[in-house]
Structures are given as structure tokens and as C-alpha cells.
Write a protein that binds this ligand. Structure first.
Ligand SMILES: Nc1ncnc2c1ncn2[C@@H]1O[C@H](COP(=O)(O)OP(=O)(O)O)[C@@H](O)[C@H]1O
Ligand SMILES: [Mg+2]
Length: 376
């Protein structure tokens, strides 16, 4: 067992209320076994290429999201030649309290435990350990598809908006039932029997998203003004049905085609958003450098909003920081994360380029051929 994270200068030990205190890893990618104790502040992960740095971040991400940021194949991280991987973490809850969470994934099965109890709906985990990643291995909000942006928005709302998860779960359940009725060619009256609740929950979700985005857009504009002086940004939300018509009329009008397709084609499950700089789509028109600035501005605006709503910041994984962001962007992101008391995991080949002196609590890890040790 490695020594606990060092706390410099007698600072309070409890920086992050919702951070990851410890993590045990078994057979995840090239990591055969590891037992780690993290800092509630900054965790620096160094090591050569292909040593297992991204794999460690991926394991942390899997614990919070029950999926990888590198692949859509859930069994891919199982170590070659093994039948399953296991991740067991302890989340800090403040006042010396902690919450155990565990995941075991084999080729055919997934078991998740939270506080010793099996978890049935994965969205029940949302809010217990918020984790976000910035990595070249993952799609981002500019090059990812609508599903990616939707998840990003929903995930943000899970964390700042009381009640969002409940209504989202209700909507998702009703949608599944309506789609099952469509798929099995059930009688029209059965299909439409779900519409009342579908529309009611959709309206609530849409309202919460719109009010979140209204505030978010202001904060985003402030960050963009800093990073891309003179540029003006716009965020266009697409609710998931043609804007000119209400959802009720759209769903009613789409019934016959829905029956032919076997699923519900309009609703908040089809929403998306676009980012425009000076009226042009960022993904299509901006340089790579400008796009990175927009991504960083977006992340910072999310953080500011979390801070405004006093929502626990959770953990941030910055993979291969040096190659992803230039020094100025790195500084801004790390400073914002520090102000927010977030728990941060940074992987870098030269871990020591990050300015650590600002942080109250720092832990360093070195990875070599899948072996991870804390550097004291
Ligand atoms: N399922 C797996 N089982 C064992 N090793 C794997 C698996 N998937 C990838 N690897 C190997 O793990 C090593 C570490 O990869 P990675 O974490 O990306 O390294 P780093 O981020 O330090 O460059 C690579 O050599 C890769 O080939
Ligand atoms: Mg890597």
C-alpha cells in the first residue's frame, strides 16, 4: 500500500468533497494490479510512452461513468489473456466519510456496487463521482456526434440541477416503452398511451436545459473573450424536433412514420447544439488552435457554472497535457480547477513541467510497464 498523499504546509486535508481517495485495479489494460491512494488536489502521472498512463486515467473514468473514453467496446480494457477486470474505489464524502464503489466487467457481464449494494440503473451512479476528461483519445464536442454533445449536456445537468436526473430517468423509461410498442407493431392506442407523460417530462427537460444554457452561454462568452479576443460566440440549441412546431404536434404528426421506423423520431433524446464563432460553425470553419481555445473555454465555463451552483467539482482527467494544450491554456485550466477545489489527474511524459507550487496537496506517480508507484 503506498503512503497517503502528502499535504504540504499544514493545509486542510479535505479539499475535494467528492474525490477519489483510493483505487484498486486488477487486470485493466496493461495494469495487472495496483493499489493507489490519491491526493484530493493534484495528481501527476509520469512515465514513458506506452507505460500505462492513459490506462490509469481510463480506469478512473470507468469507475465514474462505467464506460471508457477510448473505446465503445466495453470488454476491450480487460487485460490480454484475462477474463475480467475489477476496479474498486473509495469516494470521499467529507467529514472522514467515504463511499465504496466497485465495478467488475467480464466479456459477458457487468456488476456495479455502490456502498455495498448492487446498482441496477447506471444513471444512479451519476452524481456520486463526477469525472470529466480532456484527451486526444476521445471525441470532443466539436468532432463528436450529436449523442456525444447530448451526453455532455445531460451529464452537466445531472450535476448542477436538482431533479434533472429523476425527470430524465422517467423520460428515458417512457421512451423505451413507447419504442417497444412501436417496434412490436402494438395497437396505436398503446403507442399513444405513453404520449402524455412523454410530453410532460420532455417539457421539463427542455426547460431545465434551456435555462442552464442561457446562463452557460454568458459564461462561455466571457471565457471566449479572454482566449480569443474580439471573437463572438453563439451556442444554438436544437431541441430535438423542428423548431417551428411544438413537440406535441410533431409527435402526433409523426406517428405513422414512427410506426414504420419502429422508434420515436422526435423528442429531447434527439437534441443537439452548435457552436458558432462570428456566425460560422466552429467545427467547420475554425483553425485547430481556435478550436482548442473553444474547447478550453467550454470546459472553463462549465466549471464556473458548477462553482456558481456550488455543485461539488469532482475529478478532472487531463491526458497527455503537454501535447494537448499550450502553456497558456494549461495554466488557465489548472488555475480554474484549483480555484474550484477539483481533484485533478494529469498525465504527461514530463510530469514536472506543471507548476505544482500553487497546489496545497500534490501526489506524484510513476508508471512503468503497467506498474504504478507513488513517487515520494
Ligand atoms: N487490453 C489490454 N491488455 C493489455 N495491454 C493492453 C491492453 N490494451 C492496451 N494495452 C497496452 O497497454 C500499454 C499502455 O498503453 P497506454 O496506457 O496508452 O500508455 P501511455 O498512455 O502511458 O502511453 C500499451 O503498450 C498497450 O499496447
Ligand atoms: Mg497516453
Amino acid at each position: 500500500m503506498p503512503a497517503p498523499a502528502k499535504i504540504a504546509s499544514g493545509a486542510p486535508a479535505l479539499l475535494s468533497q467528492r474525490g477519489l481517495q483510493t483505487l484498486e485495479i486488477v487486470d485493466f489494460r496493461n495494469i495487472e494490479a495496483a493499489s493507489l491512494t490519491f491526493s484530493p488536489g493534484l495528481n501527476l502521472i509520469g512515465g514513458e510512452n506506452a507505460s500505462g498512463k492513459t490506462s490509469l486515467l481510463e480506469a478512473i473514468y470507468c469507475l465514474g461513468r462505467v464506460r471508457s473514453f477510448r473505446t465503445r467496446q466495453p470488454e476491450q480494457p480487460i487485460r490480454y489473456g484475462q477474463s475480467c477486470y475489477r476496479l474498486v474505489g473509495k469516494l470521499s464524502r467529507g467529514a472522514g466519510q467515504s463511499l465504496p464503489v466497485g465495478i467488475e466487467r467480464s466479456r459477458s457481464a457487468l456488476t456495479v456496487h455502490l456502498d455495498g449494494e448492487p446498482v441496477r440503473r447506471l444513471s444512479d451512479l451519476a452524481g456520486s463521482f463526477s469525472v470529466q476528461v480532456l484527451s486526444a483519445d476521445t471525441p470532443n464536442l466539436l468532432n463528436g456526434g450529436p449523442r456525444y454533445r447530448r451526453q455532455l449536456l445531460d451529464w452537466a445537468l445531472f450535476h448542477v440541477e436538482q431533479g434533472y436526473r429523476d425527470v430524465w430517468q422517467r423520460y428515458t423509461r417512457i421512451l423505451r416503452q413507447r419504442n417497444a410498442a412501436l417496434r412490436t407493431h402494438a395497437h396505436t392506442s398503446l403507442v399513444t398511451s405513453w404520449d402524455g407523460e412523454l410530453l410532460e417530462t420532455a417539457a421539463q427537460i427542455d426547460d431545465l436545459r434551456q435555462s442552464y444554457l442561457q446562463r452557460f452561454e454568458v459564461l462561455l462568452a466571457q471565457e471566449v473573450a479572454q482566449l480569443l479576443p474580439g471573437a463572438s460566440i453563439e451556442l444554438n440549441y436544437l431541441p430535438g424536433w423542428p423548431g417551428h412546431a411544438g413537440l406535441a404536434a410533431t409527435v402526433a404528426g409523426a406517428l405513422e412514420k414512427d410506426r414504420a421506423h419502429g422508434y420515436t423520431r422526435y423528442g429531447v433524446h434527439r437534441s443537439d447544439f452548435r457552436l458558432l464563432i462570428d456566425g460560422n460553425d466552429v467545427a467547420g470553419h475554425c483553425s485547430r488552435g481556435q478550436q482548442k481555445s473553444v474547447l478550453v473555454a467550454f470546459l472553463l465555463a462549465q466549471l464556473r457554472l458548477q462553482q456558481e451552483r456550488q455543485s461539488p467539482p469532482g475529478a478532472f482527467l487531463l491526458d497527455d497535457l503537454g501535447s494537448e494544450l499550450d502553456d497558456d491554456h494549461q495554466r488557465r485550466v489548472l488555475q480554474a480547477l484549483r480555484e474550484l477545489d477539483a481533484q485533478v489527474f494529469v498525465s504527461a511524459i514530463e510530469g514536472d513541467r506543471v507548476a505544482v507550487s500553487d497546489w496545497q496537496s500534490v501526489a506524484r506517480f510513476h508508471v512503468e510497464h503497467g506498474n504504478i508507484r507513488e513517487v515520494l
